[in-house]
Design a protein around this ligand. Structure first.
Ligand SMILES: [Zn+2]
Length: 369
């Protein structure tokens, strides 16, 4: 018997891995069509939503399409079937099929789109190619000694204190706090209208800014004071865990042509567009899934031998300037394994749910040999 799930349970599983708050401002990830409370028996995964994908979902009785590229990007003023997007929406709604997309949010998380590409190439020592800046904040809170463990643990449970592969990171310092409440107060210690000194712990930790509301709520829930004293500081630090692309090393350097062949086989490319081979061998590889040409300078900056992505334009190939080999494997080809990623995220949580990868080929680019 297959598991029946509410759409919101699948959405939550994917957004736990790739928080929607991390998407680019121009993006439109999330549940685009359908009611999150609807119960479904099965779902299908695709990179793009085309009419053929909706037909495929109808024929299999799927209640949800999970896609990487959102079929709706900008506002629609009418839905009368005059283009493919409108026909997709009409058909999906008529057939009770919801559409959920995770796009730039699954591009920027650790183990997301580019990390999956790196895994396919067996790259080692992976790091984020373009770590995000301005995402981290520092929280400082003052807690009476007897409550410091409870507040610290609540902060960690809410997602604060992650640095690299470490969790539960904080710093604590003992000090002396003072306060005096007016006649309307009911202080946790001391008496109203009397100046009180209390041994307190100053707890410091960091968190990604999108978690701020839930972290503050949990901290205040556990903290015993009527008025919790806390500070939030924006940080200039980069967030190593969040950002586009990946850079890593092959387990051993291999001839450049052999590497290009390996790319062609691994990513099932009909062709690879690349710049002149300038080094005989490659070992350091930078990757960005999708349209990554604007990150060429980051790949050069980290001394990668080769930059693998999609959607390079003619003039952008000149920017390699004999410093790096550009290998444009194609947009779809670079992102195709995102389907596996969705599959693993959902089935790791709901192993009995009927989920499948659509066999519909959605890559619109064809090659003539
Ligand atoms: Zn893409």
């Amino acid at each position: 018997m297959n598991l029946v799930l509410k759409i919101k349970e699948i959405v939550a599983a994917i957004e736990e891995f790739a928080p929607v708050a991390l998407q680019e401002s121009w993006d439109n990830s999330g549940l685009l069509v359908g009611d999150r409370e609807t119960e479904i028996n099965s779902a299908v995964i695709t990179i793009d939503v085309t009419e053929a994908v909706v037909d495929d979902a109808i024929s299999h009785g799927d209640g949800l399409i999970i896609s990487h590229h959102p079929p709706i990007f900008s506002g629609l003023k009418r839905i009368n079937g005059s283009n493919e997007t409108e026909r997709i929406l009409i058909k999906a709604i008529r057939n009770n099929i919801a559409i959920f997309s995770a796009h730039t949010n699954i591009d920027v998380v650790r183990n997301g789109v580019s990390w999956r590409m790196a895994k396919k190439l067996d790259l080692q020592n992976l790091e984020t190619l373009v770590p995000q800046q301005g995402l981290l904040k520092k929280l400082v809170v003052f807690v009476p000694v007897s409550y410091s463990d409870a507040v610290r643990n609540a902060l960690f449970e809410a997602g604060a204190g992650h640095i690299g592969n470490y969790d539960s990171c904080s710093f604590s310092l003992k000090g002396n706090g003072s306060f005096r409440g007016d006649e309307t107060t009911n202080p946790f210690v001391g008496d109203p209208e009397n100046l009180h000194f209390e041994d307190e712990i100053r707890i410091e930790t960091i968190f990604p800014s999108y978690l701020q509301p839930s972290i503050i709520r949990k901290m205040i829930d556990v903290h015993p004071y009527e008025e919790v004293a806390y500070d939030i500081y924006p940080l200039e630090n980069i967030h190593q865990q969040v950002g586009l692309g990946v850079v890593g090393n092959l387990s051993e350097e291999i001839p450049t042509i052999e590497f290009l062949q390996k790319l062609k086989t691994t990513f099932h490319c009909d062709a690879i567009r690349h710049t002149s081979v300038i080094k005989e061998k490659v070992s350091k590889v930078a990757l960005v899934g999708g349209a990554g040409s604007s990150f060429l300078k980051n790949a050069i900056h980290c001394n990668a031998d080769v930059f693998v992505t999609g959607d390079f334009k003619y003039h952008q190939f000149f920017d390699a300037e004999n410093k790096i080999l550009i290998a444009d494997i194609g947009h779809y080809e670079s992102e195709q394994f995102t389907k596996e990623l969705f599959y693993e995220i959902v089935t790791n949580k709901f192993s009995k749910f009927a989920l499948r990868l659509s066999k519909v080929q959605t890559n619109p680019v064809k090659y003539l040999f």
